[in-house]
Design a protein around this ligand. Structure first.
Ligand code: CP
Length: 289
């Protein structure tokens, strides 16, 4: 089986993956005894997703191969399909893939090896959504009725796209905010200052300059004042509310530097939970091989 987006997974499967991740966090052990190999194929930069998938595979007793596209035959014209077919042919058991193209995995339908999507363009980021959900479940114990605002470059964000969909399926009240030019058509939108004091979760997004045509007018300080989590906005959050961010964080742009590790921040908890969620995902596809 593949895990390429969460739309293809039932709510039951999503709950099972989150519960399995929590079980791994609480000490559950699965050991593949070095008999399985997980290949990490990152065609786009990554710190968290790459190294936490690598850590997760190691925790499950798998070996890993870490592919460097810039130092590979991709530079000689090798296609994505042929790169993946190579890792299937040499005996890998699962592929973790990040690629700049939305829905890249549709090109790989002929492969037999399981695929775990580590992010496709601005499309999907299922492991990020699952670790976000795990963090929310640990914090609140439930999803139904929780109110979240996702603030920032929504239209270019695979995290926003994955989360908007799955969180609504789970019964959460999901809003987006930020500059109107980054709004996603059809999504609920509210000005940040109109909603900051009523939400349970403030999820901030990085401005994704790499996906913009022209950012010559962008001012980090103006963005911070208008759309960022400033100290003033932080003071307006509910006592029980939390801050989330998929990271990497641009400090003093979408969030004030000192709030990154503030009492309400769960940003580093999200990163820690990423390892357990990715263990659950790898185990799920390997046990279904
Ligand atoms: N959140 C996230 O996907 O981070 P990386 O790009 O560092 O993997």
């Amino acid at each position: 089986m593949n895990i390429v987006n969460l739309q293809e997974l039932s709510l039951e499967s999503i709950h099972e993956l989150i519960d399995e991740a929590i079980a791994f966090k609480n000490g559950k052990v699965v050991d593949y005894q070095q008999k399985k190999v997980v290949a990490n194929l990152f065609f786009e930069p990554s710190t968290r997703t790459h190294y936490s998938f690598d850590m997760a595979a190691g925790n499950l007793g798998c070996r890993t191969q870490n592919f460097e596209s810039n130092n590979s035959s991709v530079t000689k014209g090798e296609t994505l399909y042929d790169t993946c077919k190579l890792f299937e042919s040499i005996g890998c058991s699962a592929l973790v893939i990040r690629h700049k193209d939305d829905d890249y995995y549709k090109q790989l339908e002929g492969l037999k090896i399981p695929i775990l999507n580590a992010g496709d363009g601005k499309g999907n980021h299922p492991s990020q959504s699952l670790l976000d959900l795990m963090t929310i479940k640990e914090e609140f114990g439930y999803f139904e009725g929780l109110k979240i605002v996702i603030v920032g470059d929504v239209v270019h964000s695979r995290v926003a796209h994955s989360n908007y969909d799955v969180m609504r399926r789970l019964g959460m009240e999901v809003y987006t905010s930020g500059p109107l030019e980054y709004k996603e058509e059809g999504y609920n939108y509210v000005p940040f200052d109109d909603i900051i004091d009523t939400v349970d979760i403030v999820m901030l997004l990085r401005v994704q300059h790499e996906r913009h045509q022209d950012d010559s007018n962008f001012s980090a300080s103006d963005y911070h004042e208008q759309y960022g989590l400033t100290l003033k906005r932080y003071e307006r959050m509910k006592d029980s509310a939390i801050i989330m961010h998929p990271a990497p964080v641009n400090r003093d742009v979408e969030i004030k530097d000192e709030l990154v590790e503030s009492e309400k921040s769960r940003i580093f908890t999200q990163m820690a939970n990423g390892v357990f969620v990715r263990m659950a995902m790898i185990h799920k596809v390997l046990e279904n091989e």
